[in-house]
Design a protein around this ligand. Structure first.
Ligand code: NI
Length: 172
């Protein structure tokens, strides 16, 4: 397994709209390796979700595990939200926007349909942080970031803060 480099805001590649995965390609061992590498990268970061877009692969899949003990790794290929209910506000972060956290309003409960890592279709009804995470990662597949929900002024502050942090890291 290997850790993968994660693109960071405001990298324009994060704005790419990902294309659907051909299910037959999931049988390819390199695809399975990629899922494993994404989990490793996500757990090491540490984070609870990682979309393919963030590792510069612009196809519609993402990995998620919101458990503390890494006991529920989920792969979503070609995810679609088929139902939504209610609203919740959650303080989100993102591996592509390091050390920045902000409240975002999203659907409280969702039904999501996807293929698993072996191409088997499944449907999940989720709420709470898992619902937030699914919606957040699906945004990535459409080239959208959680900072897009902030005001332009706040987003610009985030951009400057990250630029400064990178400069300091490079100087160190
Ligand atoms: Ni993210």
């Amino acid at each position: 397994m290997a850790q993968l480099p994660i693109l960071e805001f405001p990298d324009p590649r994060l704005r790419t709209k990902a294309v659907p995965v051909e299910a037959a390609r999931l049988a390819d061992p390199s695809f399975q390796q990629l899922f494993d590498d994404m989990f490793e990268t996500m757990y090491e970061a540490p984070g609870i979700g990682l979309a393919a877009s963030q590792i510069d692969v612009h196809q519609r899949f993402m990995v998620i595990d919101v458990t503390e003990d890494k006991i529920r790794p989920l792969v979503f290929v070609n995810p679609e939200i088929t139902a939504r209910q209610g609203e919740q506000v959650y303080q989100e972060g993102c591996l592509s926007v390091p050390n920045i956290f902000a409240d975002v309003t999203r659907s409280d409960m969702i039904t999501v349909q996807a293929l698993d890592r072996h191409g088997q279709p499944f449907t999940l009804e989720v709420d709470g942080v898992l619902a937030v995470c699914v919606q957040h990662e699906m945004d990535h597949l459409d080239g959208k970031l959680f900072v897009d929900y902030l005001s332009p002024l706040k987003r610009e502050m985030v951009r400057k803060k990250l630029a400064k942090a990178r400069k300091q890291a490079n100087a160190a």
